[in-house]
Every structure is written in structure tokens, then in C-alpha cells.
Ligand binder design. Structure first.
Ligand code: GDD
Ligand code: MN
Length: 377
């Protein structure tokens, strides 16, 4: 009788077609005598990674493929792959040959000994090396990210950002619904989420250079990392998305005041005395309307880049449509903004306070409506 399945290796892929076949060979070599399967979780790569995975699967049924449509993200792909196996132990590793499969049997032995809940490969442990990586910039950045991550989450490993680790599948499943699934930091997320601390065994890794293709760690991934840290730190008190919207909104406040000052003080030469501009009411309202419109456009661009980076509108058409939707949904907010300010001004309240009240009222409207009608589905 064949041995029952012992180990699953989850391989998240985005455009890794050329790396797959040799990787399967290396896995097969490293895992002699172990009953394993590999689950390739591919985000519908344009280079045909899924087709290649299925072709390999027809020759070797230990290889499986999950082709995800309309989804993105290393962490969420890893979670999905780990939840898709019946194997009692599961590993995650990069598919670009930067992680040496030779470490797998040792990691499996550590988990099966019952002494450890997590085995992981560290690029920064004693005996590890990052020289072959050939990216001193990334070594520095990773070191910094690790330091920040350790501070914020209290996780104390030499490389919590590692993408190469193994654990009993049941532990993962127990917490899978509480993982964020955003960005690259899946291991850190597991470590920071589980209730009882995991007993960890570290394996020094010689982090190799990528074989074919290029890295997918970009500006967005770095931003998602910082957001993830915020989420763990303060997310329960002020939801991340609202905090971002609020921050962008606060910058919008600066923009609106700057525009007002530019138009009233610089262009029209009005004086600002005792909390009031010397302009007449109509002039002020026109200037304030223009200032609010400029601030709104500024907010739209920044929210699209940051707050809703995961749902970012791209291309001239979608951007114009999005801006129009934003303008329409915000027009209620804008009316509130201008109206409240005008009303307060009539009550002889300080101009600055009047503008601020208008802005805050508008922000609440804008967040409620735009998350639904501009970036919602
Ligand atoms: N399914 C899926 N979806 N897979 C992805 C995605 C995605 O959006 N983005 C990346 N991957 C896959 C890649 O195809 C590769 O197999 C693996 O995840 C790692 O991605 P790389 O793009 O090669 O990452 P890297 O080498 O720059 O980053 C390394 O360091 C990070 C921390 O500094 C990796 O070891 C990461 O795992 C690690 O978090
Ligand atoms: Mn890589």
C-alpha cells in the first residue's frame, strides 16, 4: 500500500511558468521516501503558469493546481493553498528557486517530533546567507522591515518576513479565518495571530538568487505591509480604511486652506483680521467652492492610490468615471461642507472653525458614500 500523505508544499505563483518544471524535479529529489503533494496556487498568470502546472500534473498527479481568477496576493494564495490539502503538515515556499527544497526533510522531522509547532527558514539566522541573492538593497530593507515588525507585533524571530515555513495544517486551519491575507507577510501574520505562542525551530537559509522572471514585491506590497502593521496595532480602535480616508482627508484640509489663502490673500489681496477674511460673502463662497473642489480632486487621487489601492481604478476611462462618481457622491458632502460653513459664518463664528465644521461633516458623508459607490462593487 502506498504511504499516506505526509506533507503538502504550497507554491504561490505569479508568472513563474519557466521555474515550475525544474522546481518539481528538485522537490522530488529532496523528498525521497516522503509522501508529498505540491499545490500551485496561481493568480491567473499571463505567462501560462496554470497551463504548465496542469501539464505537469498530468504526468505527476502529486502536483495540483488552483487557478484563481480575479484575485491577487501572495499571502491570500498561501492561505488558500494551505486550506486545500488533507496532508497533516503543510509548507509554503517561493516558486522561483530562492528557497532550497533540501531544507524540507529536516523541517518535517522537527514538526513530526512533536517538539515544534513551526519550522521556518531564516535568511538572517546564524549560518544563513543572503550573498547569492545579489540584492544588498533588499537585504537592508528586509532587515528594517523585520525590526519594525518585531517591535509592533512582539514576534521575536530573526526573519519573521520569511516566505519559507512549515507547520501542522490543523494549527493553520484553526486561525485561517482571522488572518488578514493582505500582502506578503503571511508568516508574520500567523505568528501575530495565534493565541498560544508557537514553539519555533529556525533553519538557516542560503537565500539564492531568483532563477527566471522577476520579483513581484513592489511599492504596493511595501505599503500593504505598513498598513498591516497599523491594522495589528490600532486597527481594532479605528478601522484601517477609515484611518486612511481620514488621513487623506486631513491632507485635503491643508489643500483647501492653501487654496483659500492663495485665492483670497495672494490673488485678491484681502486681509485676514480677527479670524475673518475681509472679502464679501459671495467672493468668499466662490473661493471656498473652488478650494473645496480642488481638495476633492486631490482626495480622489490619493484615496485611489492609497486607501483603495486594492481596488485601484486604472486607465483614463475608469479614472474619469471614478472621478465623476466621486464628484457626484461627494456633491452631497460638498453641499454640507459649503452650507454648514455659510450658515456658521452668518452666525459670526470664526471663519476657520466654520470651514473645519463643514469639512468634518463632509468627510463622514464622503466615506460612507464613496466606499460604496466609487470603490465598492
Ligand atoms: N499567487 C500569487 N499571487 N503568488 C504570488 C504573488 C501573488 O500576487 N506575488 C508573488 N507571488 C509568488 C511568486 O510567484 C513567488 O513564487 C513567491 O510568491 C515570492 O514572490 P517574489 O516576487 O519572488 O518575492 P521576493 O523574492 O521579492 O520576496 C522574498 O522576500 C520577501 C520578504 O522580504 C520572498 O521570499 C517573499 O516570500 C518574502 O516575503
Ligand atoms: Mn523571489
Amino acid at each position: 500500500m502506498e504511504k499516506t500523505l505526509e506533507l503538502a508544499i504550497v507554491l504561490p505563483t505569479l508568472n513563474e511558468r519557466k521555474n515550475l518544471r525544474r522546481l518539481v524535479e528538485r522537490l522530488d529529489n529532496a523528498l525521497q521516501g516522503i509522501a508529498w503533494e505540491a499545490i500551485i496556487v496561481d493568480d491567473n498568470s499571463r505567462d501560462g503558469t496554470s497551463d504548465e502546472a496542469r501539464a505537469i500534473s498530468l504526468e505527476d498527479p502529486r502536483i495540483r493546481c488552483i487557478q484563481r481568477i480575479g484575485r491577487r496576493g501572495l499571502a491570500s494564495a498561501a492561505i488558500e493553498g494551505m486550506c486545500a490539502t488533507a496532508a497533516p503538515v503543510v509548507a509554503v515556499m517561493d516558486a522561483d528557486h530562492q528557497h532550497d527544497p533540501k531544507l524540507l526533510p529536516g523541517m518535517l522531522a522537527a514538526i513530526n517530533s512533536g517538539d515544534y509547532d513551526l519550522a521556518y527558514a531564516s535568511r538572517f539566522a546564524e549560518g544563513a546567507s543572503t550573498e547569492a541573492w545579489g540584492r544588498p538593497d533588499r537585504v537592508k530593507a528586509s532587515g528594517l522591515a523585520n525590526k519594525i515588525a518585531r517591535k509592533v507585533t512582539g514576534v521575536d524571530l530573526s526573519d519573521p518576513m520569511s516566505g519559507y515555513f512549515m507547520l501542522p495544517t490543523a494549527i493553520l486551519r484553526g486561525d485561517a479565518d482571522r488572518l488578514s491575507g493582505v500582502g506578503f507577510k503571511i508568516l508574520l501574520d500567523i505568528l501575530a495571530t495565534v493565541d498560544t505562542p508557537l514553539r519555533v525551530k529556525e533553519f538557516p537559509l542560503d537565500f539564492a538568487a531568483r532563477a527566471e522572471g522577476e520579483s513581484k514585491l513592489d511599492r504596493t506590497v511595501v505599503f500593504e505591509f505598513l498598513i498591516g502593521l497599523y491594522d495589528k496595532w490600532l486597527g481594532r480602535i479605528i478601522p484601517t480604511r477609515f484611518a486612511l480616508f481620514g488621513t487623506v482627508g486631513a491632507m485635503g484640509v491643508v489643500v483647501q486652506f492653501a487654496m483659500l489663502w492663495l485665492m483670497l490673500s495672494v490673488v485678491l489681496g484681502e486681509r485676514f483680521v480677527y479670524g475673518h477674511w475681509s472679502s464679501d460673502e459671495t467672493t468668499f463662497n466662490i473661493a471656498n467652492t473652488i478650494a473645496a473642489l480642488v481638495a476633492m480632486t486631490f482626495n480622489f487621487v490619493l484615496n485611489n492610490e492609497l486607501t483603495y489601492a486594492d481596488k485601484r481604478l486604472r486607465g483614463l476611462g475608469p479614472l474619469l468615471r471614478g472621478w465623476l462618481n466621486f464628484a457626484v457622491t461627494c456633491s452631497l458632502g460638498l453641499l454640507t461642507n459649503i452650507g454648514a460653513t455659510a450658515a456658521l459664518k452668518r452666525m459670526h463664528i470664526n471663519d476657520v472653525i466654520a470651514v473645519l465644521v463643514g469639512i468634518v461633516l463632509a468627510a463622514v458623508w464622503n466615506f460612507a458614500l464613496s466606499s460604496k459607490f466609487v470603490w465598492g462593487k
